[in-house]
Design a protein around this ligand. Structure first.
Ligand code: COA
Length: 247
């Protein structure tokens, strides 16, 4: 008879933007010790939840110093302090709007000045809200594409040109599973992430010869995060009225 499936104990959930107080390592705790990741986040609150092991901010838990970047320096600074206390690693907060390449350029220059190198770029910037396609304004669709898709391209291009082209590196694009089945109320985000998935493959092929690995990570909805709270956990739970309405 087959052994019953072992259910792994899930990390504690958090309702606020605080870091997890305990952390279970899947990989060696000092796996990334010598590395310097740069995370481009559009919305600072998204960076705080460290609940999932899949979070890009797991990098902090594996021993590396990290830059976090988004539009709101006040929130970023608060986040950086919490991350440093929780992990004991250095975290440099920098202001960036991923839609404005000159702000990315300035932040990458500052990163190289402060940390000396960039090993991993994590493109995590995303704008999202629930909205039926018929109610979505032209500008709303464009805004989400500009943040998610153009933001990912802009940041990747700047980091590639300023560092990865000559030194290699790794790019991780945080994607979503929304577009796989055509999630209702999410045509903007699903379309943007689908474009990013294609971009990942194109850039992997073009930049591979320079020693740059480009990959996508699509974790799906993660409880205890700002996105999960903001987009409505009911959307993803079995039996949800929203899912039934459109399924
Ligand atoms: N529903 C429908 N349309 C919305 C909306 C919503 N909840 N929020 C914004 N929009 C529309 C605006 O009405 C505007 O369109 P209009 O000019 O035709 O009226 C357009 O989107 C741009 O909004 P604006 O507020 O000017 O842009 P912004 O640069 O400040 O970004 C968001 C707006 C919504 C993209 C941004 O605030 C955001 O995404 N926040 C959430 C981030 C987040 O939680 N991400 C989690 C991803 S899992």
């Amino acid at each position: 008879m087959a052994e019953p499936q072992r259910v792994r104990e899930l990390p504690e959930d958090v309702d606020t933007d605080d870091c997890m107080t305990s952390y279970t390592h899947i990989y060696s705790p000092d796996l990334l010790k010598q590395l310097k990741p740069y995370a481009a986040c559009h919305h600072t609150r998204n960076i705080m939840p460290l609940t999932p092991n899949l979070s890009p901010f797991v990098s902090f838990r594996h021993g590396c110093d990290t830059v976090i970047a988004s539009r709101n320096l006040e929130k970023l600074t608060e986040a950086a302090k919490k991350l440093m206390v929780a992990t004991g690693r250095h975290c440099l907060p920098l202001t960036v709007d991923v839609r404005q390449p000159q702000t990315i350029s300035a932040a990458v220059d500052e990163t190289l000045k402060e940390l000396g190198r960039i090993d991993i770029l994590i493109n995590n910037a995303a704008g999202n809200f629930l909205c039926p396609a018929t109610s979505l304004s032209f500008n709303a669709f464009k805004t989400v594409l500009e943040i998610d898709t153009m933001g990912t391209f802009n940041t990747s291009k700047v980091v590639y040109e300023k560092w990865f082209k000559d030194h290699g590196g790794a790019i991780v694009n945080i994607s979503a599973t929304l577009g796989y089945r055509g999630q209702a109320l999410q045509v903007h985000a699903g379309s943007a992430k689908a474009a990013n998935d294609a971009m990942t493959k194109h850039l992997a092929v073009e930049w591979g010869p320079s020693g740059v690995r480009v990959n996508t990570l699509a974790p799906g909805p993660i409880s205890g995060t700002e996105g999960f709270r903001r987009l409505g956990k009911d959307l993803w739970l079995p039996g949800s009225d929203l899912i039934n309405m459109f399924d």
